[in-house]
Design a protein around this ligand. Sequence first.
Ligand SMILES: Nc1ncnc2c1ncn2[C@@H]1O[C@H](COP(=O)(O)OP(=O)(O)OP(=O)(O)O)[C@@H](O)[C@H]1O
Ligand SMILES: [Mg+2]
Length: 331
Amino acid sequence: MSKNQNNVIGLDIGTSRVVAAQRADEGDRFVAQLNAFVTIPHTKLTENSLKRENVPHSVAEGQILIYGNESARMADLLGREVRRPMTRGVLNADEQQSLAQIAEIVKTTLPDNPKGAKVCFSVPAPPLGQEVNLTYHEATLRQIIEQLGYSDVRSVNEGVAVVYSELEDTNFTGIGVSCGGGLCNVALAYMSVPVLSFSIAKGGDFIDSSAASVTGEMVNRIRLIKEESFHFNGQPSDKVMQAISVYYDDMIHALVQGLRSALSGSRNVPRFGRPVPLVLSGGGVLPRGFRERFEKALQATPLSVPVSEIRLANDPLNTTARGALVAGLSE
Ligand SMILES: Nc1ncnc2c1ncn2[C@@H]1O[C@H](COP(=O)(O)OP(=O)(O)OP(=O)(O)O)[C@@H](O)[C@H]1O
Ligand SMILES: [Mg+2]
């Protein structure tokens, strides 16, 4: 492996998780952190315990902020919700305070020494049918990464990153889908050239908060239950599982509808000579039976671009970061 390959970092700054990817001799290496934090009262004892366990945290105004993976467990123990620097795929422009927090979280995924390294980070596509300006989000993340010491910073669309990660065998032609926490991102590429992209403003967070509101459970708790035991095969075992399945179907339906209208409405859609593959990635595709559920929904409403097969990504939680790495390496 050339030395330069070592010096490129693919960075997926997602609503739910931040993932950094780097090439190593033994394969691609990933570091992931929950994009969340929780504040607890400061005591010297707690601070020392966190230090001993290497839990990312900071102390300010009599409070301890716990960042990343550990924040979810702590919040659950205390019966609280985690706080999140991003919603629906983008930075919350109203929460200036969250910029410091996201910088801390991103920093924990990156190498200690930024010298000479290049970062390629993922950005979402605008929601279908909405005029959302993503300039603030992209420019602010770029600033944050530059302030961490990186001078060569570029970005890649999330759906396109999925194609780069998974569709080398079709010469980067096909549809990449990432079902994340805040959004479902979709892109169509033809021989690696992005043809169209969009997002749907429903993802894991939508499922969690909707299921929480009909069952009276906490959102963070629903997420933990969903990740541990939800699947599509068979009857839901209780009210929480049933609620999760209802909103999962809602998300899948919105995604399929979005695909259908974006592809039929676009004059840019090339007349592919042959059917193209569609890849499903992101944490949202992990429940057993998801691929089959999606396939069934798609069969009910065929697309104007014929789909040859529906695949699950190799490593759905790391696909976007890997694709961002591929994009960074190829430039
Ligand atoms: N094992 C699992 N089963 C079901 N859902 C899961 C599982 N693991 C993670 N998730 C869900 O996947 C979502 C996070 O996925 P991902 O990391 O791809 O999102 P993200 O990239 O941070 O968000 P976005 O792309 O929308 O900004 C969360 O809603 C999480 O609850
Ligand atoms: Mg994502």
